[in-house]
Design a protein around this ligand. Structure first.
Ligand code: MG
Length: 399
């Protein structure tokens, strides 16, 4: 985990990700649920990283292993911006205070406080937040509301209707002079005020004037399961750099009683010979993805001279290539592979192979094609000396 000291920075970010967030219905808190192949929080950190400012994550108790998966999904230069996470408290307010106090040694002038579940804050929004904090000391992004908002009583009847023009829906990042918001939070904690739901309210409670700057309608807070699909659509619209990569691989037969093809163990009268498990299809797919990324080949990422890959299961090579697409902020649109051999017969195993590749790559089944052909007895595959595989990967990256 990156805990290297950061140089003094004018700006720092408290990233609030301590919620249990189970409303989205998944097995893990929503900030760790996958979005475009990466944990949601990895997207948030990537978006914040444009500021090149230290990020202080606040996570739930026991969430360290989940947070490690977030760091794993980020390139090194973004990981390096993240300070070691601190554990949050019982309320959002308590969590933010811990994050602010953890930044104490850095003495930033300005702090942005951002909810981890808002995974796509635009750079312009972050810039507005910084400028507003410099000008006003305490500032929050607000959206004009288009719905009429009612205040209701405990019986579910309308108590009153505030005038819509005076209302704003408030987002994060909220931005403050660091000392102002730290003192306001400390004061609120001391006075046992503990259920203010945003930091603007804390500043307001402490007697500060809080400025509103324009928010961004696309800066959604991912809350419900359906928000993931909405966010994926929104973020996919940015993936306009569409690329195709090709992969090709061959392994020879040797003594043995099974082969690995597409991550599936298939009984056969011979085995494929190789440094790893010799899964010719997974190797071709890995190279196809690396080709689309223009990032070397399987041999440059996993040198055959390295003893740690001896006998290795090849799904890890493919997983690595997929993770590199994620680190570039992209997604895989489609994978297509062809096996060329006389035997074993691939047909009976085709569905299992497709399903296994989809699982390894975290793709829906309809984005994975697997085909097989013989070479009509011609050439080395025709003479049953080995198996060849060809693959294409189509990926989408941000420009
Ligand atoms: Mg190979």
């Amino acid at each position: 985990m990156a805990a290297a000291p950061h140089p003094a920075s004018e700006i720092a970010i408290v990233l609030v990700a301590a919620g249990k967030g189970l409303r989205a219905g998944g097995p893990v808190p929503k900030q760790y649920a996958p979005l475009l192949g990466r944990p949601l929080l990895a997207h948030t950190i990537e978006a914040l990283s444009v500021l090149r400012a230290p990020i202080q994550p606040v996570i739930g108790p026991g969430d360290e292993p989940l947070f490690a998966t977030v760091l794993d999904a980020l390139p090194a230069e973004m990981r390096a911006l993240c300070r070691a996470p601190v554990t949050g408290g019982d309320t959002r307010q308590a969590s933010v205070l811990r994050g602010l106090e953890a930044l104490g040694g850095d003495q930033p002038q300005i702090v942005l406080i951002h909810d981890g579940a808002r995974c796509h804050p635009a750079t312009q929004l972050l810039t507005r937040a910084i400028e507003a904090a410099r000008a006003h000391g305490a500032a929050i992004p607000g959206l004009v509301v288009s719905d009429t908002i009612k205040q209701v009583d405990a019986q579910g009847f309308v108590a009153q209707t505030p005038e819509r023009a005076t209302l704003r829906a408030v987002q994060t990042p909220q931005s403050f002079t660091y000392s102002l918001i730290l003192r306001a939070h400390q004061f609120a904690a001391k006075e046992n005020i503990q259920n203010l739901t945003d930091d603007g309210s804390v500043a307001e409670w402490a007697g500060h004037k809080v400025h509103l700057f324009p928010g961004d309608a696309a800066n959604l807070k991912v809350t419900e399961a359906s928000d993931f699909a909405t966010m994926e659509r929104l973020m996919s619209a940015d993936l306009t750099d569409i690329r195709t990569g090709q992969g090709y691989d061959v392994h020879a037969f040797g003594p043995g009683d099974h082969v690995w093809l597409g991550g599936v163990k298939i009984p056969h009268t011979a085995a494929l010979v190789g440094h790893s498990d010799a899964d010719v299809l997974l190797h071709a797919l890995t190279d196809a993805i690396l080709g689309a990324l223009a990032d070397g080949d399987i041999g440059s990422h996993f040198p055959p001279s390295d003893p740690q890959w001896k006998g290795a299961a090849s799904d890890q090579f493919l997983r690595h290539a997929v993770s590199l697409v994620g680190k570039r902020g992209g997604k895989i649109a489609h994978l297509d592979g062809t096996l060329i051999c006389e035997a074993p017969k691939v047909g009976p195993h085709r569905d299992a192979i497709r399903a296994r590749i989809a699982e390894i790559c975290d793709l829906p089944l309809h984005r994975v094609g697997v085909k097989a052909t013989t070479s009509e007895g011609l050439g080395f595959t025709g003479r049953r000396e080995g198996i060849a595989a060809m693959a294409l990967a189509t990926i989408r990256l941000p420009e």
